[in-house]
Design a protein around this ligand. Structure first.
Ligand code: NDP
Length: 484
C-alpha cells in the first residue's frame, strides 16, 4: 500500500506516542513492511503500563489481600494482617513496570520500527521535529493519550494527580479523594484496603455517572461497607496546608484535615504544544483531535488514535484502533470490532464490570425485561463479611428477547464479563442464557439461572428510585444453586 512517492519521505508512517495505541500501530505497520518511526518522550507503554491500568491493578491486588487474610480466619486459619510495607510494594511494582518497558521496546525493535526517545512536534503536515531532528513521513499518527486534569481552585496544587500516586514515598494515613469516576473509586478502595481513612468527595449523588443506576447504588453501599466516608453533592472550595497536613474546605460543612488530597476529576487529551496548527489539524473545544470513523483527521494523511481523540478512553479500544489503522493503511485488511458493546471494569472492592446498555438506555428504546439478583457469595458465608454482596443484572429487549446489557458488582465480575460480552456480541437472547447449563457451585451460574423477571423498564424513568431487588436466598444463593 506504500505509494511510490513515499520513498521521498524518511518514513512511510511516523507515530507520535509510544503508549498502547501507538506501539500497536507502529509494530503492526512495520510488520506489514512499512518504514515506521515512533517517538516517545516519557516512557514506553504510556499511561496504561506505567501510571495507569497495570500498576493500579497490582496495587488493588495488594489491598485485596487484607480482606482475604481476614476472611481466612472464618475458614480456620490463624491469620493476622500485620503491617503493610508500602515501599516494598512500590519497589516490586517498579521492577515489573521496568520489565514491561523493555518488552515494549523489544516489540518495536523486532518488528523493524525505529524508536526515538524524544519529543515530536509538527513543523508541517509531513514534517516533524523529533528531538531537534527534522523527520519526514508520508503519514503521521498522533497517539499522545491524555493527562490527569488538575483542580482549578485555590490551593489546587496541593492535591496530587494519578501520575503521582504510583510513586508516593509512604502510604498516607488519611486520604481525601476528589471525584466520583473510575480513578476516584478505584483508589479510594485501594487506600481503604491498605488501612487508610478515606473520604470520597463527589459532586454527584452517586459515583460513576453514566453507569447503570442500580450498580451505582450498590457501589455506594459497597464503598460504605469498606469504611469509606462518602460526601455526596459536595464541592471543594479550597485546599490549605498546615505543615505536612492538608485542610480541605467545602462550600458547605466542616473542613477535613488529611495527609493526602487526590484529585481524580478526569483526563484531558494531550494535544497542547504538539504544533497541530502547523499541520492544520483541528481539535474540539476540549483539545481532543477530531477524527472520522477511520481515525483520519481533517488532514487526510494525519490520523489520531486512542485517548487523544477522547471517545472511548480504554486501553483495549486504543490498541484496537492502532491495529485496525495499520492493517488498513498497509495491508488492505478491514478489521471489525464491536465498539458499540465494549465491556469495561472498575477495579473497586468488590469490582464492577459491565457491557451493553444500562436500564435507562434500554428503556428509552422500548420496553425491557429486567432481571436482578443480589446475594452473599459463598466465601462470605464463612468469612463473616456478609456486607460484601454480589449484584447481577440482565437487561433484555422485550420484543426480540435479545440481551442488551449485563452489569455486575461482586468478586470476579471483570473475569466473568469478558465471556458475557462475547454472548452479547453474538446477539444472544435470554433463551440462549436460559438453555446454557451452569457451572456449579459458582456465582457465574447466576447468569444462566435468572428465571424471575424483577420488573419491566419502560420509557425515560429513574430505575434506582423504583428498584425492588430480589434477594431470594440471603446466604450463598449463587453457589448453592438456589438463586434467581
Ligand atoms: P472520569 O471521567 O471517569 O470521572 C471524573 C470524575 O470527576 C467524575 O466523577 C466527575 O464528576 C468529577 N469531576 C470532574 N470535574 C470535577 C471538578 N472540577 N470538581 C469535582 N469533581 C469533578 O475520570 P477519571 O479520572 O476517573 O478517569 C479518566 C478515564 O480513564 C475514565 O473515564 C476511563 O475512561 C479511564 N479509566 C479507566 C479505568 C478502567 O478501565 N478500569 C480505570 C481508570 C481510568 P461528574 O460525574 O459530575 O462529571
Amino acid at each position: 500500500m506504500t505509494t511510490s512517492h513515499a520513498r521521498s519521505y524518511d518514513f512511510d508512517l511516523f507515530v507520535i506516542g509510544g503508549g498502547s495505541a501507538g506501539v500497536r500501530c507502529a509494530r503492526i505497520a512495520a510488520g506489514h513492511g512499512a518504514r515506521v518511526g515512533v517517538a516517545e518522550e516519557r516512557f514506553w507503554g504510556g499511561t496504561c503500563v506505567n501510571i495507569g491500568c497495570v500498576p493500579k491493578k497490582l496495587m488493588v491486588m495488594a489491598a485485596d489481600y487484607r480482606g482475604m487474610i481476614e476472611d481466612s480466619r472464618g475458614f480456620g486459619w490463624d491469620a493476622h494482617t500485620g503491617a503493610h510495607d508500602w515501599p516494598k510494594l512500590i519497589a516490586a511494582k517498579d521492577a515489573e513496570i521496568a520489565r514491561l518497558n523493555t518488552i515494549y521496546v523489544n516489540l518495536l525493535d523486532s518488528a523493524g520500527a525505529t524508536a526515538f526517545e524524544a519529543r515530536a512536534t509538527f513543523l508541517d503536515a509531513h514534517t516533524l521535529d523529533v528531538g531537534g531532528k527534522r523527520v519526514t513521513a508520508e503519514r503521521i499518527v498522533v497517539a499522545t493519550g491524555g493527562h490527569p486534569s488538575r483542580l482549578d481552585i485555590p490551593g489546587g496544587e496541593h492535591a496530587i494527580i494519578s501520575d503521582q500516586v504510583f510513586y508516593l514515598p509512604e502510604m498516607p494515613r488519611r486520604v481525601v479523594m476528589v471525584g466520583g469516576g473510575y480513578v476516584a473509586v478505584e483508589f479510594a478502595c485501594m487506600f481503604a484496603g491498605l488501612g487508610a481513612e478515606v473520604d470520597l468527595v463527589m459532586r454527584q449523588d452517586l459515583p460513576l455517572r453514566g453507569f447503570d443506576e442500580d450498580l451505582r447504588t450498590e457501589l455506594a453501599e459497597a464503598l460504605a461497607a469498606n469504611g469509606i466516608r462518602i460526601h455526596r453533592t459536595r464541592a471543594v472550595l479550597r485546599i490549605e496546608t498546615d505543615g505536612a497536613e492538608k485542610i480541605v474546605h467545602f462550600k458547605d460543612g466542616a473542613p477535613i484535615t488529611t495527609d493526602l488530597v487526590f484529585s481524580a476529576i478526569g483526563r484531558t487529551p494531550l494535544t497542547e504544544s504538539l504544533g497541530l496548527e502547523a499541520a492544520g489539524v483541528v481539535t474540539d473545544g476540549f483539545g481532543a483531535i477530531r477524527v472520522d470513523i477511520g481515525n483520519a483527521t481533517n488532514v487526510p494523511t494525519i490520523f489520531a488514535i486512542g485517548d487523544v481523540t477522547n471517545r472511548i478512553n480504554l486501553t483495549p479500544v486504543a490498541t484496537a484502533e492502532g491495529h485496525t489503522l495499520a492493517d488498513r493503511l498497509f495491508a488492505d485488511v478491514a478489521r471489525d470490532w464491536a465498539l458499540d458493546r465494549v465491556a469495561s471494569a472498575v477495579f473497586s472492592s468488590p469490582p464492577i464490570a459491565t457491557v451493553g446498555l444500562t436500564e435507562a438506555e434500554a428503556a428509552a428504546r422500548g420496553p425491557a425485561d429486567v432481571y436482578c439478583i443480589r446475594f452473599t457469595p459463598m466465601r462470605h458465608v464463612l468469612s463473616g463479611r456478609r456486607s460484601r454482596k454480589t449484584f447481577m443484572k440482565l437487561i433484555v429487549d422485550q420484543r426480540s428477547q435479545r440481551v442488551l446489557g449485563a452489569h455486575m458488582i461482586g468478586e470476579d465480575a471483570p473475569e466473568m464479563m469478558q465471556g458475557i460480552s462475547i454472548a452479547l456480541n453474538c446477539g444472544a437472547t435470554k433463551h440462549d442464557f436460559d438453555r446454557t447449563v451452569g457451572i456449579h457451585p459458582t456465582s457465574a451460574e447466576e447468569w444462566v439461572t435468572l428465571r424471575t423477571r424483577t420488573r419491566v423498564a419502560e420509557g425515560p424513568r429513574s430505575p434506582a428510585a423504583e428498584t425492588q431487588l430480589v434477594d431470594p436466598v440471603e446466604i450463598g444463593a449463587a453457589e448453592m444453586g438456589v438463586g434467581g
